[in-house]
Ligand binder design. Structure first.
Ligand code: AMP
Ligand code: MG
Length: 425
């Protein structure tokens, strides 16, 4: 079969069932329609954290720039050391970090040297100070203080060589990249431009914080979780507020959002019953497919293009918003940002501390608390009630317990997959 050209063609292909779309299939299908940003801008290193490098950083220098000492000790010629006893050497100078010894070290000579100080010419090895005793005019090196030429000497360029690609295009800038680039003396980098993401909440019942609640109203929390998740991904944000379930208002907001952003994210309005008029609206404005994903929470999901913008229609339930964002939107945004090697957050195994009930046929993302187990390794338990409206479960959790499609009930003591909500970098 020819590769489908449009989203609708693709999602209607034989192996795709819009009424029961597997998580991986939906993720893979979305991926095929993502084209990363290409526009670049030059930015001072201080403002590059979390952004994505648009051009390779090539080193103009060697790091370290000179052979230098890895220890506080004595720089000497390895060939001078007696194999069968102590060796006395004459001290001819000192080499400090930032203040090298200018002369050379000849046979029978040594230079007092400190960590990071340049190796004087002629010396090839450093003996650590603990293996030497100062004597009048020099130093006595204990037998066997070093075993080979070059010991305790760091070589020029052993970290980075001139002309080497040090950080590659597509690499997100973390603290390690900031430091590495700074170590080359580079103060400006070429980055992909930030993604612009517009988002709004839909629902007649929603009120913004700071306004009173009427009977049956709820405060709009989704725009705050979305704001937080988008801010962590360093997106430029366009918060378009709450839009009631009124077709004309929705149409106007969708059109404005799509005209001003790379990505439009909404919550609410994609569940059965509500979806019909949103579907008609989006049919008019772009190409959007509605899926029932075989997952819990987060069953309804819409994805497509409105003009040039990618559109993610997330469910309204607050936990579903976070789960679908982390499982679909996050990866898509990383790809669009120009990052290389984008992969879902990795899973690892932990021991289940209390049983979980689950029906096979869908992937579940239960909120979990992972902690060190008394017997070693890690154990995980759920946060309790897993209703998709219980946002406090996300706040208590430090991981998702990911239960695959075919998994049924799981007993305490069994191994389950977990996915951490926070990372080190
Ligand atoms: P919907 O997907 O629009 O049918 O909404 C499902 C549930 O999520 C309903 O109980 C809504 O009131 C609730 N909900 C929808 N949007 C939000 C929001 N922005 N903040 C908090 N709850 C919401
Ligand atoms: Mg609604």
């Amino acid at each position: 079969m020819n590769a489908p050209k449009t989203l609708r063609e693709a999602s209607c292909a034989d192996d795709y069932d819009p009424n029961s779309m597997a998580v991986d299939q939906a993720r893979a299908l979305i991926r095929r329609f993502l084209i990363p940003v290409t526009a670049k801008e030059r930015v001072h290193l201080r403002f590059a954290l979390n952004r994505v490098l648009a051009d390779d950083v090539i080193s103009p220098i060697c790091v370290p720039g000179n052979d230098n000492s890895a220890m506080d000790g004595w720089a000497l010629r390895f060939a001078d050391l007696a194999a069968d006893g102590d060796t006395d050497l004459r001290r001819v100078g000192d080499s400090f970090a930032g203040k090298p010894h200018t002369g050379a070290v000849g046979p029978g000579e040594t230079v007092r040297i400190f960590t990071g100080a340049v190796m004087p010419a002629g010396a090839d090895t450093v003996v650590m100070q603990e293996r030497a005793t100062e004597v009048p005019g020099g130093v006595r090196i204990a037998r066997g203080a070093v075993t080979q030429r070059g010991q305790n000497r760091r070589l020029a360029g052993e970290d980075i060589k001139v002309g080497q690609v040090v950080v590659g295009r597509g690499q997100p800038i973390r603290p390690a990249e900031l430091g590495t680039i700074a170590s080359l003396g580079i103060n400006e980098v070429s980055l992909f431009r930030r993604l612009r993401v517009a988002f709004f909440s839909t629902g007649d019942e929603l009120r913004s914080i700071g306004t009173p609640l009427g009977a049956g109203d709820v405060y709009d929390s989704n725009r705050y979780t979305l704001y937080g998740m988008l801010a962590r991904l360093d997106c430029e944000m366009l918060d378009m507020g709450v839009v009631p379930d009124v077709p004309e208002e929705l149409e106007r907001t969708f059109a404005t959002a799509a005209a001003n952003a790379d990505v439009v994210i909404t919550s609410g309005g994609v569940s059965v019953g509500e979806a019909d008029f949103v579907r008609q609206l989006l049919d008019k404005l772009g190409e959007v497919v509605f899926w029932k994903i075989a997952m819990k929470p987060g069953r309804p999901l819409a994805y497509g293009k409105i003009g040039g913008a990618h559109f993610f229609g997330l469910p309204g339930n607050p936990v579903s918003v976070m789960v679908t964002f982390y499982q679909f939107v996050r990866d898509a945004l990383l790809v669009l940002q120009g990052r290389r090697d984008v992969a879902p957050v990795p899973l690892f195994r932990a021991t289940l501390a209390a049983p979980i009930r689950k029906a096979p046929g869908r992937t579940e993302f239960q909120r979990g608390i992972l902690s060190p187990a008394a017997s070693g390794g890690f154990e995980v338990r759920t946060t309790g009630d897993q209703g998709s409206g219980i946002l406090s479960s996300m706040s208590q959790a430090n991981c998702f317990v990911v239960l695959g499609t075919d998994t049924g009930n799981v007993a305490a003591g069994e191994q389950v997959d977990v996915q951490l909500l926070e990372g080190l970098v």
